[in-house]
Design a protein around this ligand. Structure first.
Ligand SMILES: NC(=O)c1ccc[n+]([C@@H]2O[C@H](COP(=O)([O-])OP(=O)(O)OC[C@H]3O[C@@H](n4cnc5c(N)ncnc54)[C@H](OP(=O)(O)O)[C@@H]3O)[C@@H](O)[C@H]2O)c1
Length: 211
């Protein structure tokens, strides 16, 4: 699959790109083409482009950008029309010594869907700390994926399973993104208060779910 990682110069984007590049064609997207090229040069087979060119060239785009950048995605709506766009964005705020979910209603993924009305928007990868991507091989973990159409889930699930040890689980329509995004501050607070290092989720199952 030809995948654009928008914000691919950041911790999360670079880490995901490194693992995806083993089985996919990766395009690192940045607001600055030179930064994109620099980041891509450190990942075998990857190329770097600006956001618009990366979105046009890709079959699927992953938004590895801060929450504050979601509104700006609207200018990519033409380039991403008809394509799957994946949010991994977690809107967080600090309150009373804890991290909390920052939105009174909705989710970052639903805001991305509003900015990209002609794209098939999903949320995924929200709970993987970038620190896990620093290892050569991923620790076994589950990746919750929400998307309105099951077909969109299938496309994202194929991307997820292209990284060994990641298991995609369908979480339902995009309205479930709010619940998914809310889990991240819980994991971060658990890790901090219990001094565990980064936590990831792996559910016990009585059988392997069908994709
Ligand atoms: N870090 C984690 O462990 C982790 C885990 C799970 C999910 N997430 C989520 O993944 C996303 C990325 O996290 P990160 O830690 O990698 O973030 P980051 O380093 O702060 O940002 C990633 C990239 O986004 C681009 N960017 C920054 N501001 C932008 C703006 N206003 N408009 C467009 N692009 C902008 C930058 O690339 P250029 O300057 O090159 O354009 C930057 O390198 C966040 O939404 C976060 O909630 C993070």
């Amino acid at each position: 699959m030809r995948v654009a990682i928008l914000g691919g110069t950041g911790a999360m984007g670079t880490g995901l790109a490194k693992h995806l590049s083993k089985k996919n064609e990766v395009i690192i997207g940045s607001r600055d083409e030179r930064r994109a090229g620099d980041a891509a040069s450190r990942i075998e087979g990857a190329v770097g482009m600006g956001y618009e060119a990366a979105s046009r060239a890709a079959e699927l785009a992953v938004f590895a950008v801060p929450y504050s950048a979601i509104g700006e995605a609207a200018r990519l709506s033409g380039a991403l029309s008809g394509k799957v766009a994946v949010s991994m964005v977690n809107p967080l705020k600090a309150e009373g010594g804890l991290l909390k979910f920052a939105l009174a209603e909705g989710s970052a993924a639903q805001e991305l869907a509003a900015a990209l009305p002609e794209s098939k928007v999903a949320t995924a990868f929200n709970h993987i700390s970038s620190l896990f991507f620093e290892r050569e091989t991923m620790v076994p973990m589950d990746v919750l994926v929400a998307a309105d159409a099951r077909g969109t889930y299938e496309e994202v699930a194929a991307l997820v399973t292209s990284i060994p040890n990641l298991r995609p689980l369908y979480a339902g329509p995009l309205s479930e993104a709010r619940t998914i995004e809310m889990i991240t501050p819980l994991l971060l607070n658990l890790a901090k208060m219990n001094k565990t290092g980064s936590l990831a989720m792996k559910f016990a199952t009585t059988r392997d779910p069908a994709r």
